[in-house]
Design a binder for this molecule. Structure first.
Ligand SMILES: [Zn+2]
Ligand SMILES: [Zn+2]
Length: 140
């Protein structure tokens, strides 16, 4: 392929010639005066959607109100930015509460566990002491 550049009639951008090769109705390659990108937009104007309905709030919002996503067909999130923000806020709040609860519970458990452990140790020590006393008394 020759390294040749053509200025597109539509977007006025200079692009490599391979961006202008299109297939005609007989499936023969033809060189167009507009680039393949612009051509796609003419054939499929639906690609250029400017609005989208948020599945969370059911509101029609402009595309810029949606974050980009790799998981959806239209490469945009199903939720609008404000819904995402709200969700994140709620999630953080919930998480915070959960973490606090977890910490509180764990702290309590740790304290209870430690108390149990020390009590057990104390008991063992006392038992050990008694054993020694018994041993001594047996010797005597
Ligand atoms: Zn173009
Ligand atoms: Zn929304």
């Amino acid at each position: 392929m020759i390294n040749y550049k053509i200025i597109c009639d539509k977007c006025k951008k200079e692009k490599q010639i391979n961006n202008y090769i299109l297939m005609d109705s007989n499936n023969k390659p033809i060189i167009s005066t507009i680039c393949s990108n612009c051509h796609k937009k003419i054939i499929n104007p639906k690609i250029e959607i400017s609005e989208k309905i948020c599945i969370k709030c059911n509101k029609t919002k402009i595309i810029s109100e949606f974050n980009k996503s790799k998981e959806t067909k239209d490469c945009l999130n199903s939720w609008c930015k404000s819904c995402h923000k709200e969700y994140k806020k709620q999630y953080t709040q919930l998480n915070k509460e959960y973490l606090n609860e977890y910490k509180r519970k764990k702290g309590y458990t740790t304290y209870a566990y430690q108390k149990k452990y020390y009590d057990k140790k104390k008991k063992l020590k006392e038992q050990e002491k008694n054993k020694i006393i018994i041993n001594i008394s047996q010797v005597n």
